[in-house]
Design a protein around this ligand. Structure first.
Ligand SMILES: [Fe+2]
Ligand SMILES: [Fe+2]
Length: 382
């Protein structure tokens, strides 16, 4: 038995999520101490051995929990994503848990932000994204929306949203570029996962104020793409050689630029905006209006597409939007009310009530004017 050096860290794994078809690519440990402050991890199965279901049963009788070293997390993830033993929801949940762990460490308000922390957790995020690219395979937008609907959500908007945006980015990019090299999918997936990185510098009370922001607070929120760029480039963050840090930085910096040049922070327009950032804008928008969270209502898919279409060529690149729309299965006739989102809708803000407005019928002389639907107080703040 091999006892570990004191500084090595571990994460616990579920008994029902251990692949038994092949040899273990990672070491399995147990904690042999019952004292919480004196954890002593002991290796019980070395990498290279194959575990049978009987082995797992007998381990389960003896130990409450099994552990894998943090530095082997990528091997653990890969072994589970590549086996046929589990369904995609379980695999996605596992990837999501790991992404939450890394994002949590990046956004941890208690700890001093450092380039080292950012570097090591971006590396962890890259490993998660590599597995996401494998898991999503040929997933279309509808399949992905279904998968995301089966994943549990947490209270902190940024984490869940970023993970969803990352997955949508991968699918949208593959839709537009069916022969895209894997490295492009990883770059855009990571760009999506980190798109709101700059929020780490925005005070939590502003981030947690759904929709009801003062002008000054909204101005502060609008700094987050610039903050993200700064953290990544000014800090000289070193990343894995397979990544393009400049592309990821552009996704982060340009995901709120609008096709018509009226976005932020640089008012770039059309082709000036990096194509991956334009894909990220669609992913960001779509997730913000279709994914159920604890506080908001969720839009029916036909309504969501109807609302998004109104930003085609305004906030969103038209050609990419058309491709996206074609790939989504919805029936136009399901749109019961012709709604539009306020121009000031910003997917970065966790809206309690989406600022929706009803477009009046054509025959009405007031066509084009809008009426607020829902809570006037919230809508006014938009
Ligand atoms: Fe954002
Ligand atoms: Fe976002």
């Amino acid at each position: 038995m091999l006892t570990t050096p004191a500084l090595r860290s571990f994460f616990s794994i579920r008994y029902d999520l251990i692949a038994t078809e092949d040899a273990l690519p990672y070491d399995l440990f147990v904690n042999s101490s019952s004292l919480k402050e004196k954890e002593k991890f002991v290796r019980i199965f070395p990498a290279g051995e194959q575990l049978s279901s009987e082995d797992i049963q007998s381990l389960r009788k003896k130990y409450i929990q099994l552990y894998v070293p943090e530095d082997q997390r990528h091997l653990y993830l890969k072994s589970l994503v590549q086996t046929d033993q589990y369904d995609d929801v379980n695999k996605a949940l596992l990837l999501k848990d790991s992404a939450l762990e890394y994002l949590g460490r990046i956004f941890d308000g208690e700890r001093e932000f450092s380039t080292e922390i950012l570097e090591s957790n971006i590396e962890g995020c890259r490993e998660v994204v590599e597995n996401m690219v494998d898991l999503l395979g040929e997933y279309g937008i509808d399949d992905l929306k279904g998968l995301i609907g089966n994943l549990s959500f947490h209270d902190f908007y940024t984490y869940d949203h970023s993970i969803n945006v990352s997955m949508y980015c991968i699918s949208i990019w593959r839709l537009a570029h069916p022969k895209a090299p894997r490295s492009d999918l990883v770059n855009i997936g990571l760009g999506g996962l980190l798109h709101d990185l700059g929020k780490v510098k925005i005070p939590t009370h502003i981030l947690n104020s759904p929709g009801g922001l003062t002008d000054e607070e909204y101005e502060e929120i609008k700094q987050h793409p610039g903050y993200g760029l700064e953290l990544l480039l000014a800090g000289h963050v070193k990343v894995h050689p397979s990544l393009d840090i400049n592309v990821i930085a552009r996704i982060i910096h340009e995901h709120h630029e609008n096709w018509n040049g009226e976005g932020y922070p640089s008012k770039k327009r059309e082709e000036e905006i990096h194509p991956m950032a334009r894909a990220c804008t669609i992913a960001d928008f779509f997730d913000a209006i279709t994914t159920k969270r604890s506080y908001n209502q969720v839009m029916h898919i036909a309504d969501a597409m109807n609302v998004m279409r109104k930003f085609r060529g305004v906030k969103i690149e038209p050609v990419l939007y058309d491709l996206f729309e074609k790939s989504v299965d919805f029936v136009k006739a399901d749109v019961k009310k012709d709604l539009r989102l306020s121009d000031r809708f910003d997917p970065t803000i966790p809206w309690e009530t989406l600022p929706l407005e009803e477009v009046k019928a054509l025959k009405n002389a007031d066509f084009g004017k809008i009426r607020i639907v829902g809570d006037k107080k919230d809508a006014k703040k938009s």
